[in-house]
Design a protein around this ligand. Structure first.
Ligand SMILES: NC(=O)c1ccc[n+]([C@@H]2O[C@H](COP(=O)([O-])OP(=O)(O)OC[C@H]3O[C@@H](n4cnc5c(N)ncnc54)[C@H](OP(=O)(O)O)[C@@H]3O)[C@@H](O)[C@H]2O)c1
Length: 346
């Protein structure tokens, strides 16, 4: 049994880690930190965990040593603390953006701030198990991939690896409100957020850097453009990706690439049905699950290959993929604690 703690456990990502770990047979949760809720039961903030645990929040200053530390702080907060946190745990999984990019210049360009601990960047391995299983096995420090990046990378990886599409890629992302975290702002205030179809970031999305970093190793420099729209959904993320198939590529080639890369992946499903209501990936039925559903459609009229990817941003997009990586790091069966199949209807 390993002892795990969660640093920043009152937030949405931290709460999801806790929910999954409480049912994990190989993990005992030692501490969950919060400054605001120090001393209060975790179920006060995560009411779904009532009677599931009697843990109370600990002040981050009183973090004890543990085997594994999950760090779930807002972006920009963990880079200054990481050196100290490394003295507290043998292994660390950081869910934020601070250790995702390999180069400090790239980080500074996209996050508009200098990296405080660039010397630690090479120690971190990306959490996307489907691409980094072997490295994760031998690593002590994992950087959790961003949620838009995760679903986009998983949707595109077989196409890039098998050289089936051109380098220009346009990602239209539909975002849910929980992606913004627990802290309220004017834009998340109910009268402002409810019912929106709000063009949130038509250009300049930071996850562009992660997508290029992860996929360019398979070939050409990519020309990735993301446009993100906030929609009226609490959990979930859908990407509709417009790509140009290379000459003479057929649907059969696309199927073959996805099958080859994902046939043994427990959390990737190719969803492309000819009948039924849920013919393509849809985040609604993925809530609480660690699945990434991927579908596609060839448009021969406009010579496009449209790829559709869906996840729960808080599970496969954050906490679930972190636990999947943890399972790999410790040699537990990869799906342990992640078997929830979702709800229907929901
Ligand atoms: N939300 C998503 O869908 C999502 C998806 C992918 C990745 N992520 C990543 O996960 C990380 C956490 O996101 P979230 O949505 O869970 O954020 P959140 O809801 O705002 O939670 C942040 C947590 O960090 C704690 N915290 C903030 N500043 C701190 C500090 N200086 N020292 C110690 N604790 C501090 C907060 O608790 P106190 O203020 O009580 O201490 C809270 O527990 C982010 O880096 C984000 O990029 C989130």
């Amino acid at each position: 049994m390993i002892k795990a703690s969660i640093y920043g456990g009152s937030g949405y990502a931290g709460g999801e880690i806790l929910r999954i770990l409480l049912d994990h047979p190989e993990v005992s949760v030692q501490q969950v930190t919060s400054r605001q809720f120090n001393g209060q039961p975790v179920s006060l903030v995560h009411p779904n965990l009532r009677n599931k645990t009697d843990l109370v929040f600990t002040d981050p200053k009183n973090l004890d040593k543990c085997d594994l530390l999950f760090v779930a702080l807002p972006n920009g907060k963990s880079m200054g603390l990481m050196g100290e946190l490394m003295t507290k745990a043998h292994k660390i999984i950081d869910l934020g953006a601070d250790f995702r990019l390999h180069g400090k210049e790239n980080f500074q360009y996209w996050y508009k701030t200098e990296h405080i601990s660039p010397e630690l960047l090479p120690k971190f391995v990306c959490s996307i198990v489907e691409l980094h299983r072997d490295e994760i096995k031998n690593s002590s420090y994992i950087a959790g991939a961003g949620c838009e990046a995760t679903v986009s990378i998983l949707s595109l990886y077989p196409l890039i690896k098998h050289k089936l599409i051109e380098d220009k890629i346009i990602i239209d992302a539909k975002m849910s409100s929980s992606q913004a975290g627990l802290k309220a702002s004017l834009s998340s205030h109910h009268p402002e957020r409810s019912g929106v179809v709000r063009s949130y970031m038509p250009t300049g999305h930071r996850h562009t850097a992660e997508i290029c970093q992860e996929l360019e190793v398979y070939g050409n420099k990519l020309d990735v453009a993301i446009s993100a729209t906030a929609i009226d959904m609490v959990r979930g993320l859908l990407v509709t990706i417009h790509t140009i198939p290379r000459n003479n590529i057929t649907e059969k080639d696309i199927w073959k690439a996805y099958r080859e890369e994902y046939k043994n992946e427990p959390f990737i499903r190719i969803v492309k049905e000819s009948q039924g209501l849920y013919r393509y990936p849809e985040p609604k039925i993925l809530q609480g699950t660690n699945y990434c559903d991927i579908g596609f459609e060839m448009d021969t009229v406009s010579r496009r290959l449209v790829v559709i990817g869906a996840i729960d941003n808080l599970v496969k997009g954050t906490a679930g993929q972190a636990v999947q990586a943890m399972n790999i790091m410790y040699g537990f069966p990869e799906t342990t604690g992640l078997g929830f199949p979702g709800l229907h209807p929901i």
